[in-house]
Design a binder for this molecule. Structure first.
Ligand code: URA
Length: 167
């Protein structure tokens, strides 16, 4: 097992936060490189006109939980200070939480992803948008439309032009 710290542009305007590395991420030491990561890449290019090296991608947990289970409270507590420091150093203009684990732990909330998707939240003065985790979108493609709407919200916050054909 190795640490998957996160990667991308240290001056990124937008930071994506997922849950924890999976098997592919653990093997490579890089976040979101498996099937969910490939979908994230397509969301970035298709809905934002960005490549992954123009954003910063990190996770709540820096190590893969055994058997892909959800991170446990003590693991999150151990890893969260590193994410907080990453946010402090990168100072993105917008943070996008991918799924419930990221949203609940960064925002200190117990609400569902469905509830947290509405509106824009705040973390340390930085606007936070919550959307579905790409792994969930692979299981429930009908939610892609809602993700597109969430990403449009991110684009508006960043002042990015509408990407033609993006939802
Ligand atoms: N899922 C996550 O939440 N993070 C990764 O890095 C890969 C899959």
């Amino acid at each position: 097992m190795q640490t998957v710290f996160g990667e991308g542009d240290p001056f990124a305007r937008v930071m994506f936060v997922g849950e924890a590395p999976g098997a592919r991420e653990d093997e490579s030491g890089r976040p979101f490189v498996g099937p969910a990561g490939q979908l994230l890449d397509r969301i970035l290019s298709g809905a934002m006109g960005l490549q992954r090296d123009q954003v910063f991608i990190a996770n709540i947990n820096k190590c893969r939980p055994p058997g892909n289970r959800a991170p446990e409270a003590d693991e999150v507590a151990a890893c969260l200070p590193f994410l907080r420091r990453q946010v402090e150093l990168i100072r993105p203009e917008v943070i996008v939480c991918l799924g419930r684990t990221a949203a609940q732990n960064l925002l200190g909330s117990t609400e569902s992803t469905r509830t947290l998707r509405s509106g824009v939240h705040d973390y340390a003065g930085i606007p936070v948008v919550v959307t579905w985790h790409p792994a969930y979108l692979l299981r429930e493609p009908s939610r892609k439309r809602e993700t597109w709407d969430d990403i449009k919200k991110v684009n508006r916050l960043l002042g990015l032009p509408e990407v033609p054909g993006a939802g």
